[in-house]
Ligand binder design. Sequence first.
Ligand code: OFO
Length: 172
Amino acid sequence: MLNEKMQKQINDQINAEFWSGYLYLSMSAWFTQHNLPGFANWMYVQYQEEFSHGMKMFRYIHERGGDVTLKPIAKVDTNWKSPVAILEQTLKHEQKVTSLIHALMDTAHEIRDYASINFLNWYVDEQVEEEAHAEELLSTVKMIEKDQAAMYALDKELSTRVFVDATLNNED
Ligand code: OFO
C-alpha cells in the first residue's frame, strides 16, 4: 500500500509530467508555424515522452493499490521570440523537473519506501538525459541560429527522432 504523502506527491508529479507534455506540444505547434518541421517533430516526441512519464506513474500508483487523482492542466506559453528562447525554457523546465523528482526521492527515503526508491531511480536517470539533450540542442542552436543552411540541416536531423514509450521500459 502506498503511503499517503508519497501518493499525493506522485499524483502531483503526474500533473507536472502532463503539463510538461502540454508545454512541448505548444512548442511543437510554434515550430510548425515557423517552418521548422524537424524541430516540431522533436518537440512532438518530447510531448509523447512526457505523457508516457506520467502514465508510468499512473500505472505505478495502481500497482501499489493506490488512487490516481487527475488535476487540471494549467495553461502553457504559446509564443516565443526564437528557437533559442524555446530551448532556454526547455532546459530551465527540465532542471525544475529534476528538482521535483529529487523531492519525490527524498520522500521515498524519508518513509523508507524501497519500492518507490527503486521506481524513482528510472526518473533520476531519465532527468540526466533530458537535461543533457536540452543543453546540447540549446548550445548547437545558439551557435548556428543565424546560418540558414546549418539550421536547415539540423532541422532535417531532428525530423528523425522517434518516440520511445517509457511505460514499456523497466517493467516485468
Ligand atoms: Fe518527464 O522528463 Fe521532461 O519533464
